[in-house]
Structure formats: C-alpha cells, structure tokens
Design a protein around this ligand. Structure first.
Ligand code: C5P
Length: 222
C-alpha cells in the first residue's frame, strides 16, 4: 500500500486530536500528535528552570534534548531523554510553556525533523499547527479544523470541569485568544490554513459528523 499522509491543523480546542484519532482508527493508520512533542520540550524547560524568553539557553540545550515517540496499546507516548513523560505533559502550565517555546525557530526545526521522518516511514494522520503548510506540504489530504473562540473555550471549560477543575470561562477564553495570537503571528511556520487545505468549522457539528465529513474527503482523494 502507498504511504498516505493526512495533515490536520487548526487552533487550540478545535477538536483536532479527538477527530484525528478517530480517523486514524477508521483507516487503521497511526496518529501522530505533534503538540505533545512541543509539550515535552516545554516540560524540559520547566524542569530546568528555563524561561521561554531565554532563547540563547534554549538554542544551546537543543542537543541535550532527545524527543521521540512510541505507542502503547495504540496510544502515542512521548519519550523525553529516555523517560516516558506522557503523564506530565497535559498540565496547563506545560501547555502554556509549549505555546511560548514553539515560537523559537530552532525548536521547531528540531521537532519538524522528527515529524517528517515519521511521515516517510508509515501512513499517518498528523495534527498540529503547521503540518499542511510546512511539515508535510505534499500531504495526501489537508484539513483545517476551526471553531469560534467561544465554542473552544466552552469545550475546554467542560473538559476541565470533568477533571474536577473549576475555572472561569472568561479566563479560558482569554488564554485561548493569546495562544491563537502567538500561533498565528509567529515569524516561522505560523498557524494558517494551507491554500490546498479544506476548512471544516466544528462549532455546530458533532464529532461523528466531522469524522464522516473528513473520511468522505479522504476517500474522494483516491
Ligand atoms: O496541540 P497542543 O495544544 O497540545 O500543542 C501545544 C502547543 O504547541 C500549542 O499551543 C502550539 O503553540 C504548539 N504547537 C505548534 N506546532 C505544532 C503543534 C503544537 O506550534 N505542530
């Protein structure tokens, strides 16, 4: 079988990981979560008291950091210098640090190399911010998932409540707005819809509706 690469990009909370996982399962191919790699990098910085504006230090430690992925029961695990850090990378603090350090071009180039290597070996669904525009410009299918800031903040609010964390909706909306701004306005490989990507607004669609819509698009590409 030919290798297929499906690129799913979009802002935080648009539903990328949920949708990408389901699509990978339907097609029996691998799901690659690139945000988890930036999170692992962010975790390293937090653990080593490096702040996101210390670019000289970050550029100097690039070679000390080894990030790779493996799968346990079909779930992607991120390995940071021989340690499986999956259980630590979902904290809010790590997400914020990931968003801040992902502005650094050298950090991006390091992680893009890993992402491109993965895509040449196997058929994958890869989600992130720059997959269709920069990491895999020749991807078989490119999807740009979007939703209004309000919808994305409400989803995040509900997700946190389910974990027993109560946070003010407005502060979540504010944080998402800042993250969008950083992602869309960084100099190198910013978040934007690739010219040949199809945009799907998930605000008023169920998960299954989005998945079915995308599966149809993928099938139409063959
Ligand atoms: O997708 P997730 O929220 O886990 O990603 C964490 C952060 O990593 C994002 O806020 C984004 O700034 C950054 N990121 C990126 N490029 C990617 C994936 C994630 O800049 N391909």
């Amino acid at each position: 079988m030919d290798i297929i690469n499906i690129a799913i990009d979009g802002p935080a909370g648009a539903g990328k990981s949920t949708i990408a996982k389901k699509i990978a399962k339907e097609l029996d191919i691998i799901y690659v979560d690139t945000g988890a790699m930036y999170r692992a990098f962010g975790l390293y910085c937090i653990r080593n008291n490096i702040s996101s504006n210390q670019n000289d230090i970050i550029n100097n430690i690039l070679n000390d950091i080894d990030i790779s992925i493996c799968y346990i029961d079909g779930e992607q695990q991120v390995i940071l210098n021989d340690e499986n850090v999956n259980q630590f990378i979902r904290d809010e603090e790590v997400g914020k640090m990931a968003s801040e350090i992902s502005v650094n071009k050298n950090v991006r180039l390091k992680l893009v190399e890993l992402q491109r290597n993965l895509a040449t070996k196997k058929s994958i669904v890869m989600d992130g911010r720059d997959i269709g525009t920069y990491v895999l410009p020749n991807a078989t299918t490119k999807i740009y998932l979007n939703a209004s800031v309000e919808t994305r903040a409400k989803r995040r609010h509900k997700e946190l409540l389910e974990k027993g964390i109560s946070r003010n909706l407005e502060s979540i909306e504010d944080e998402i707005g800042k993250r969008d701004y950083r992602d869309m306005n960084r100099e190198f490989a910013p978040l934007k819809k690739a010219d040949d990507a199809i945009e799907v607004d998930t605000s008023n669609l169920s998960i299954d509706e989005v998945v079915n819509k995308i599966l149809k698009m993928i099938n139409n590409n063959y």
